[in-house]
Design a protein around this ligand. Structure first.
Ligand SMILES: [Zn+2]
Length: 661
């Protein structure tokens, strides 16, 4: 999923700031060079037959499979042509659908909106009558055993959710692009990519390869929809890592404007992350096809994103390896961690994924939040970042949870259930989420830190969050699914509680931790916990008077408050909220943000000042009582003028040193 970080800020010495980073991951096997692929293909076909038999399918792929042909005669106009053949249809109405959501995304996305020129015909090409019961569906009441559908679809957004077609590539998220038929979920699928004339486009995808490098298969609809594809010219690097008796292959396919040497250096660090994350779980997930594929598009016109899939990830960014090496690696770490946590250690609320509606889950604080905790932890353990960077990221998360008024409104579990409204959701009406919502990425990241430090502290370092993640892996991830694309033992909130009771050996502790910090709104004692590792939670340097966390716009005749004010903040208590224009403070006219900031900075916490503002045409006089800036940061003790004790050094090392065995 995407990664969002919230950082509060203050007016006074600093103005408000919010960082939103979008991340997602995904993995996919790309087509293989012919010489190497024969053995693998045989193994894959064998695995597929086993799966289809297990699924009760008796027809051969050729007879029963739904087939798609994708071609790009108008790629410069961002259009893809799709032809679908649905054979051996049962009698009764055929319901053709575009998806409304995409695996890993929880908000509604109306993918049908970009569909053009839909034609439905029989085997001989005779048009069949179609009705439209809703904007996402094409119903065919009367049809024979085979139906053909063709349409064009527009797409121009390079990220983990949508379709992007241009003269350089087709970047395809399947739910955004492919129409499918209700009731055929267990049918195998064949997908043929038509290479545009004069190009050398190749395919990177976790779809199963065939003897034709442009033809792929999926064993069922869930797997198809979870399998994005990059069709274009890209650089690719592969590496293997021994994992017990297995040797999975990792592929990094990159569409970018940099050079091969940059990619080589980057993939060396990707390998470090892959090995370090294996250290957390003790083994890799069992990738279908024994391959995990990173599909990356680092292009100036790409949107920052990362989307996880079972055996692949899509990572997109407008940045380049040259300018943003470590930041891009962070997304790699996040998305690859998802190959265990969420793709296989999967909440029951998301299994199977509903393509027709929003998906609600109260467990995203773990699925996304713990993944966000491990992202900087793993890059630190791999030696790619230092303790200072790690402390800063933890400080951002802890500060957001400590200072955001959202915590007064909902628990981490309840924030997770808000995903449908915030996960790349679009709306034209205003919300007050600035003051009522804390991202489950951020809160979950802080919870991961809190639980890890709590487990380590109460067990004198014998039990850690890694043990907890491994226990979840053994119970819920490793058992696998009845077919690629499914998870047979997804978890519930009670399963998570039970696992913590067993790992910690203390059911009362586990019950209390969930009741207070996950399903309740308490916050662990971060200052005490962090001290064990020689990290200091402290006020921001130079903290002074504070009026609240808001965005401000300079405007003619005053300063407009451009975001909701936080309950309990001086601005809020003075009756000021969004769109109010502050015109005077302490009897001094205010005409710019800078002036307002200076006027606040000249005062002391506790001072009470008259404030004049305009509210929807009325002039209002009130008073505002400044408080001390409540924001916090986390720094290594040695940066706070303290000396690390031997115990702190040992604690920190056990936590942040490499776990590669
Ligand atoms: Zn994620």
């Amino acid at each position: 999923m995407e990664f969002q970080r919230q950082t509060g800020s203050l007016m006074g010495t600093r103005m408000w700031l919010t960082l939103v980073r979008m991340r997602r991951l995904r993995h996919d096997p790309r087509m293989l060079p012919d010489q190497r692929s024969a053995r693998r293909r045989a193994a894959v076909l064998a695995a597929l037959s086993v799966c289809w038999l297990a699924c009760g399918a008796v027809q051969s792929l050729a007879q029963d499979a739904v087939s798609y042909r994708l071609s790009f005669p108008q790629r410069e106009h961002r259009l893809m042509n799709v032809e679908v053949t649905l054979p051996n249809l049962p009698a009764g109405p055929l319901q053709l659908r575009m998806s409304r959501s995409s695996p890993g995304r929880y908000a509604m996305h109306e993918f049908a909106k970009n569909v053009l020129d839909v034609t439905v015909s029989d085997e001989q090409g005779q048009p069949l009558p179609v009705t439209r019961p809703n904007p996402h569906e094409w119903d065919v009441a009367q049809h024979g055993t085979t139906v053909r559908v063709s349409y064009r679809i527009f797409g121009d957004r390079v990220d983990g959710t949508y379709l992007a077609v241009d003269s350089s590539h087709a970047h395809i998220n399947m739910p955004a692009a492919l129409m499918w038929a209700r009731g055929l979920d267990d049918r195998a699928v064949e997908l043929r990519f038509e290479r545009p004339h004069g190009t050398e486009w190749r395919v990177a995808t976790q779809l199963f390869p065939t003897s034709d490098p442009l033809v792929f298969t999926a064993p069922n609809l869930q797997y198809l929809m979870d399998s994005p594809a990059e069709f274009g010219t890209f650089d690719i690097r592969t590496f293997t890592v021994q994992d017990g008796g297995r040797t999975p292959e990792f592929r990094f396919a990159l569409h970018h404007r940099g050079d091969g040497a940059e990619l080589d250096g980057f993939v060396r660090d990707v390998q470090k992350i892959v090995r370090e994350e294996r250290g957390v779980f003790g083994e890799f997930a069992r990738y279908d096809n024994n391959t995990y594929t990173f599909i990356a598009d680092y292009l100036p016109w790409a949107n920052g994103d990362g989307m996880e899939h079972r055996n692949s990830t899509v990572i997109t960014s407008g940045q380049s390896i040259r300018t943003s090496h470590l930041d891009l690696l962070g997304t790699v770490a996040h998305e690859f961690f998802h190959s265990w946590n969420v793709e296989r250690i999967r909440p029951a609320s998301l299994e199977p994924f509903n393509l027709e509606d929003e998906n609600i889950s109260g467990e995203l604080w773990l699925a996304e939040g713990f993944t966000s905790y491990y992202e900087p932890l793993v890059t630190t353990r791999a030696g790619l970042a230092g303790v200072r960077e790690f402390a800063q990221e933890m400080g951002d998360a802890v500060n957001a949870v400590l200072t955001s008024p959202g915590r007064l409104v909902r628990s981490a579990e309840e924030m997770s259930r808000q995903a449908a409204f915030v996960d790349a959701a679009t709306a034209t009406d205003r919300t007050n989420f600035d003051t009522t919502f804390i991202s489950y990425y951020t809160w979950g990241q802080a919870l991961g830190l809190g639980l890890d430090l709590t487990l380590r502290t109460r067990s004198s370092g014998r039990i850690t969050l890694d043990d907890y993640m491994r226990a979840l892996w053994q119970r819920h991830g490793k058992p696998g699914g009845r077919a690629p694309g499914y998870v047979d033992k997804p978890y519930t909130m009670n399963d998570l509680k039970r696992a913590l009771a067993e790992v910690s050996g203390d059911a009362a502790f586990a019950a209390d931790f969930f009741a207070r910090f996950i399903q309740g709104r308490d916050v662990v004692d971060y200052a005490t916990l962090l001290r064990s590792a020689g990290l200091v939670l402290r006020p921001l340097p130079g903290s002074g008077p504070y009026v609240g966390t808001v965005r401000l716009d300079g405007t003619s005749g005053g300063v407009r408050v451009a975001s909701a004010t936080s309950p309990g903040s001086p601005l809020f208590d003075a009756g000021i909220d969004r769109d109010d224009v502050i015109v005077a403070l302490g009897g001094v006219p205010v005409t710019s943000e800078g002036e307002l900031r200076r006027l606040v900075a000249q005062r002391k916490p506790g001072d009470e000042l008259p404030v004049v503002f305009e509210r929807r045409g009325d002039r209002v006089t009130s008073s505002i009582r400044l408080v001390l800036d409540p924001r916090r940061e986390v720094v290594p003790a040695e940066d706070a003028g303290q000396t690390l004790t031997a115990a702190q050094k040992q604690f920190r090392n056990a936590w942040l040193a490499s776990q590669v065995r």
